[in-house]
Design a protein around this ligand. Structure first.
Ligand code: DGJ
Length: 496
């Protein structure tokens, strides 16, 4: 469970994730950082790679960690660090050179065709322990240099772990584990899950057609637990993992990093990576609700550490906070986007007018932070909803005693439509939206009309009306620039 508290309040993370290489050099990062802050972020997700942290075995360099801490503190934002260790997108591209070059010691996965890959095997104990040592050094450094300030809120362990390049690892250490059959702890868990009849001695008997994926999930979840446990012992920050999600039901597991925290492997991760506090989806699909569903457990808040950064992003953010009860969201590669937006070159201008979401993201983030106490309160009382452009032009939801009909008004050249709806009391609504128009219908009476419609802003979390909309302007409609409208309704009684 990830809750982000600082300065005595619980915050909704309005974050952005840096591009993979942006935090690898100080001058480069500093240039991008300044522009990035125009997005009104309250948190930045930034990689810390093993290859830069431990360039020689046993010798650590924390220079880029220091730069990140300094920049974040100067800008008054929080950090989430992403540990790019043994696995990044199902490959092992961020391990130090001394790991890559000792292939007898740090053993890589071999796929079932017998092909050698360069992905380090999760069953290679020496590799897992070497990663765990480096991760521990990072956590110890954070404990020593940041525990009073708590600039770093949380750490992501690895990045989209799994094996890209095969269904199952048949390298020597993997095969040894495989041949021993289902480990006792896993067999006991299967029984506890009411799958006693499936808990045979062999992977195929227990997991059927998902056997290879579940075997790999066992390997990765166990390795991750070892790494997370070692790091947490030094500094008990909340830790999470991110997933390359299942892209559609029935997708063969080897088309994504096999054995990662997704698909049939996810329950194994939840059961055995006990030192990981949350399992989070990287969201690039248009069907955001479906992609997030496996990661929404009862009483758990949802963190989306990566989200597509394009015409869908503003609406995704509104839907994630309004409907999916997200504790935080982070569009991916936002620094590169800000760089392009500021560059002024011709193609960037074309790109900007078409799909560049920086302006609406900055605006939505400002609104969400101003409304955070209201959003948290509405979540507790169940008085918040979200809407997102789906296949149809019109959709609807019930809230605050009314049916709200939503007409999506986006175009393929503009930002996708979406909104967040809060009803603190029946008949009263605050709507933060983009590219949609709404009509209200009373659920209990035949007609309803407006008591008032207002534009305004929030000051110290309180609504301050700027303009009362009536006559030609009395409509609840939102264009390309997200804004909040407050509406009060009254039922027109049929017997009056
Ligand atoms: C998902 C990865 O986790 C990110 O690091 C990045 O590579 C993106 N994909 C690119 O779209």
């Amino acid at each position: 469970m990830l809750i982000f508290d600082w300065e005595g309040a619980t915050h909704l993370l309005c974050a952005g994730e840096l591009h993979n290489s942006s935090a690898s050099g100080e001058a480069f990062l500093r240039r991008r950082w300044t522009k990035l802050m125009a997005l009104n972020l309250n948190c930045v997700l930034a990689p810390v790679s093993w290859e830069l942290l431990e360039p020689q075995e046993g010798s650590f360099c924390f220079d880029m960690v220091d730069v990140l801490l300094q920049l974040a503190r100067e800008s008054g934002v929080k950090l989430i660090l992403l540990w790019f260790g043994l696995w990044k997108n199902g490959r092992s591209t961020y391990v130090p050179e001394w790991v890559k070059l000792q292939q007898q010691k740090y053993i890589c996965c071999k796929n079932t065709n017998g092909e050698q890959t360069s992905v380090i095997s999760p069953f290679c104990e020496a590799a897992v322990l070497a990663d765990a040592r480096a991760f521990t050094a990072l956590m110890e450094y954070l404990q020593q240099h940041d525990s009073p300030q708590r600039t770093v809120l949380s750490v992501q362990v690895e990045n989209e772990a799994g094996f890209l390049g095969g269904t199952r690892d048949i390298s020597a250490p993997a095969q040894t584990v495989h041949d021993l059959g289902i480990p006792k702890a896993l067999a006991t868990w299967l029984v506890s899950q009411g799958k006693a009849d499936q808990a045979g001695d062999h992977w195929r008997a227990a997991f059927g057609s998902n056997a290879d994926e579940c075997f790999m999930a066992w390997g990765f979840a166990s390795a991750m637990d070892t790494i997370a446990k070692c790091g947490k012992r030094q500094y008990a920050l909340p830790l999470f993992v991110n997933a390359w999600t299942e892209q559609y039901p029935g997708e063969p597991a080897h088309l994504r990093p096999c054995g990662g925290p997704a698909g049939a492997g996810l329950p194994i991760w939840r059961a055995f990576a006990k030192h990981v506090d949350a399992f989070c989806p990287d969201c690039y699909q248009e069907n955001l609700a479906q992609e997030c569903m496996p990661y929404q457990m009862a009483n758990e808040s949802l963190l989306i550490p990566e989200m597509r950064c394009d015409r869908w992003t503003p609406a995704f953010i509104l839907y994630a906070f309004g409907e999916l009860r997200a504790s935080g969201v982070a569009p991916f590669g936002v620094d590169a986007l800000m760089e392009r937006a500021a560059s002024g070159v011709q193609d960037a201008v074309a790109h900007l007018t078409m799909h560049d979401p920086t302006a609406p993201i900055a605006s939505i983030y400002q609104w969400i932070q101003a409304m955070a106490p209201m959003i948290q309160g509405a979540r507790q009382s169940g008085r918040i909803r979200g809407a997102l452009r789906a296949q149809h032009n019109v959709s609807g939801l019930d809230l605050g005693g009314y049916h709200i009909q939503i007409h999506f008004q986006d175009s393929p050249d503009g930002f996708a439509a979406g909104g967040l709806f809060i009803s603190p009391t029946d008949g009263e609504f605050y709507i933060l939206a983009i590219n949609l128009r709404v009509n209200f219908f009373a659920l209990t009476e035949s007609a309803a009309d407006y008591l008032c419609v207002e534009n305004g802003h929030f000051q110290h979390s309180q609504w301050v009306p700027d303009c009362r909309l009536n006559g030609d302007e009395q409509r609840v409609s939102f264009g390309d620039a997200p804004s909040v409208v407050r509406v009060k309704l009254y039922p027109v009684l049929s017997h009056a």
